[in-house]
Design a protein around this ligand. Structure first.
Ligand code: ADP
Ligand code: MN
Ligand code: MN
Ligand code: MN
Length: 337
């Protein structure tokens, strides 16, 4: 008999930004199958998810991945239910209305590796600033690339866990990086982003480095913020063969700017300034290959005869991918050719 270590991962109830929580459950000879991962519970009064007098919240497993860093370890992504087995208000996954997984999502997760001693990005001197932005994007060499050891270890863990990472790159600011994850199905894309975030936090922890998910951690200085561009498609956009249809999908976003911004991550007004490859939070625009637009129509979509995907550039690095996907689906699903 072997003692399997199941790491149950969930999102707490903190506002406006939820954090990852996890705890280990020991199970005899776990099969690795989702249906064999039992429901579990936790003290919701410690995570702002329940009052102390009725503190139990439930953890319902939704996806299981092998945990490459632990012998007989498993990563169990869960969603939070109230004690009467209803989706908890903090549960963004339950808001996704796409039972047939028609929506595909590719999220580009940006983040900063953060030095806990200087309280600045890796690569920043304790006093002052490094050379201005320019050499850091997709850089190589100790002068410009900071923390590759962590980033590479994280990538290997993600791949060994079976997450569909499509690539990584050093980003525009010093100490800033990105990974991309794609899935056919919004819930799965969300699960995989959250598990990848979990693995990143845990990997960096070993090095005494933290992850800064804030969308504008260097404030108003001339340094890029962090986004989580949401690339999405459904049968309509993938088979549109029509500029008018693709533009109709873009136009569907115009009347619901507020509703989208509400779930696109905290403090986004500090990031969506119209500078640093962003559109102003007050505007709505779209355009082919336009990295200054709210929604970019990738050249792929145009060159495939106006069929393919769109990129909403507004979601930020700290947004909940479940809520972002749920909102995009709500806007796009009713659009017909
Ligand atoms: P960029 O940095 O130029 O914006 P990336 O290569 O970082 O682009 O990310 C593009 C993302 O688009 C990838 O995550 C990819 O999976 C995603 N993508 C490609 N095709 C589709 C599609 N049909 N539906 C949804 N997402 C897609
Ligand atoms: Mn990218
Ligand atoms: Mn990027
Ligand atoms: Mn992008």
């Amino acid at each position: 008999m072997s003692k399997s270590k199941l790491e149950y991962i969930w999102l707490d109830g903190y506002k406006p930004t939820q954090s990852l929580r996890s705890k280990t459950k020991i199970v005899d000879d776990f099969s690795g199958k989702l249906e064999d991962a039992p429901m579990w519970s936790f003290d919701g009064s410690s995570t702002e998810q329940a009052p102390g007098g009725a503190s139990d919240c439930l953890l319902k497993p939704v996806a299981v991945y092998p945990d490459p860093a632990r012998a007989d370890g498993w990563l169990v992504m869960t969603e939070v239910l109230t004690s009467d087995e209803k989706p908890h208000p903090s549960n963004g996954r339950a808001m996704i209305d796409d039972p047939d997984d028609d929506f595909w999502f590719g999220f580009e997760q940006e983040y900063f590796l953060w030095d806990t001693e200087t309280d600045k990005p890796l690569g920043f001197p304790a006093n002052g600033y490094p050379a201005p932005q320019g050499p850091y994007y997709c850089s190589v060499g100790a002068k410009n690339a900071f923390g590759r050891e962590i980033v590479d270890e994280h990538l290997d863990l993600c791949l060994e866990a079976g997450l569909n990472v499509e690539g990584i790159n050093a980003e525009v600011a010093a100490g800033q990086w990105e990974f991309q994850i794609f899935a056919k199905g919004a819930a799965s894309a969300g699960d995989q982003i959250w598990v990848a975030r979990y693995l990143l936090e845990r990997t960096a922890e070993k090095y005494g480095v933290s992850i800064n998910w804030h969308c504008k951690p260097l404030g108003e200085l001339d340094w890029n913020g962090s986004g989580m561009h949401a690339n999405f498609s459904n049968t309509l956009t993938r088979t549109a063969k029509s500029k008018a249809t693709i533009e109709k999908v873009c136009e569907a976003f115009r009347p619901v700017v507020k509703e989208h911004i509400a779930v696109y991550g905290a403090d986004n007004d500090k990031r969506l300034t119209g500078k640093h490859e962003t559109a102003s939070i007050h505007d709505f625009s779209y355009g082919v290959s336009d990295r200054g637009a709210s929604i970019r129509i990738p050249v792929y979509t145009v060159s495939h005869g106006w069929s393919g995907y769109l990129e909403d550039r507004r979601p930020n690095s700290a947004a909940d991918p479940y809520k972002v996907a749920a909102r995009i689906i709500k806007t796009v699903k009713p659009v017909k050719a």
